[in-house]
Design a binder for this molecule. Sequence first.
Ligand code: M6R
Length: 595
Amino acid sequence: MCGIFGYVTSNEEALGPILIAAAERLTYRGYDSVGAATINRGKIDLRKDVGKVDAVAAKYNIAEMRGQRGITQLRWATFGEPSQVNSQPHLDSMGDMVGAHNGNVVNNVELREQFMAEGMTVRSQNDGETCVHAVERYISRGYQFIDAIRLAYGDLQGDYTFVIGRADDDKLYAFKKGSGMVVGLGAGFTCVSSDLPSILPLTRSVIRPHDGEIVTLWADHVEVRSVKDGKLIDRQPELVTETMDAVQKGGYPHFMLKEIHEQAQVARELLHLLDGSSDVQPLIEKMKSARHLYFIGCGTSYHAAMAGAVYFAQLAGRAVIPILAPQFIAQYAPAVGYEDVGIFVSQSGETKDVLNALEAAEVRGMTCFGLANVVGSTLTKATSFCLPLCCGYEISVPATKTFTNQVVTFLYLAYRMAGKNTSDLARIPELMEQTIEMVAPQIEKIAQDINEWNDMYCLGYGATYPIALEGALKLKEITYAHCEGMLSTEFKHGPLSAVSKGFPIVFIAGPNDVPLIISGINEVKVRGARTIVVAEDDPRLRANGDDLVVIPNSDPHTYALLAVLPLQLLSYHMSVMRGFDPDFPRNLSKTLTVD
Ligand code: M6R
């Protein structure tokens, strides 16, 4: 997830060390490239490249950079591969302005084409550069800077925060739309950043602008204006008291909990990106004309692939084979050919099992696409086209937000395959927020009740079958208990014998599967099990289950996606109650680059 930092002071100063230190404090967000720009006596000095902060800083001697204004940016690639030219900050056509953003401008491709047609010099594929040209467009038409920003804001679709400075004045300007931004007020300087960690060691006096606000930063004060009418807004500074550690975790005790709570926002950003992407339709056409379709992944990504296959069948009437990557090699690779299409799903884009399967598919001439979070990873480079998951950095080993965005992507693609209106999906982020709010206290209580058990089951059916598998994986991954995910109807074929008094069994019920799930509930209940049911509110489930964890009413597809949230929270609380660190479970690694 990209991060920006801008700094304004009244005298010429050694800004390099300030920018490097700020960049270092943004690294926890994840990045692949680093850049710094200073503005000194009307001249812009810009240095940037792919690599770690210390390596890029050493290579370009960023420490020696001086000026009255500085910008640094860490880039997490979405538009354009990680490369020097795509690194940020970016210049305008004449090199008179410099700016950087974090987030995604979803109409990047269209705007770049317009800018080139208008005669601007577009150097990269990156949407940060698009933000600079969006302002340049109106400056060159004679608008004042604030008005140029206001008009640019109207052109730039997506969720982002942007900072820009021009060579011939003494200010920086920043504006925000759907992405984080914090302004710091210090003694003799002001600064702006994507989040608090880069600001806190400098000052604890901050302003948090809202979406649709433009901030002008001078060395000794800032002004906040509304993008709508350009009028001044009164935003008073607040004093931040949290520690750095708490701030990096966004105030949450663990990254996992923070990432669970980020899911609605990253889903929102992903849906915007998919709506604005010109790559989706060609992908749909390829999938439509495929002989066989395979969704291939491991672990959590495989569960998302399974959910995707259910959506494709239910919504678009299209059969898909979801398959674990190593099993794909053994079972399907010998039989695939150029008429087949595979989507390889991976958070990291580096999972060796997935890359092996990709290699086996490519040897047979299969058309291979990717779905990955880490842009620039091996998977994104090795596939002919890879959709980004747009989750930013997922630090905690248990995958949460990347799972939900994988499922959202498949749901979106299934809608497009079916020719359905994807605007119906726009309410998913809000439903996710509501789900967390509705279930959080009850789940904590259930976690307490069942925490003594080291054996559990999660059962689902149809679209909730992969969700049951995913919930069980989360539980075993971070509680170290044995938890098995299973198709609910399979339980009577063997595992039923394990049930004893109080044995916890979680059922995830879709609105159309209630009678079937009720049979399952009663089979285990009469044998003493404690049944926890995750479902939309239903009197039949209330009457039969021990605990009903109610998720909001949605539609026959979205409920499955919402149902994973209580399971993530259950595993999180049980892990913490057992005294484990859910972010870094024993024996596990976030990226598995081994066979
Ligand atoms: O990076 P990938 O999505 O390819 O990783 C695959 C699995 O290792 C991963 O999903 C793993 O199962 C998760 N840590 C589970 O939370």
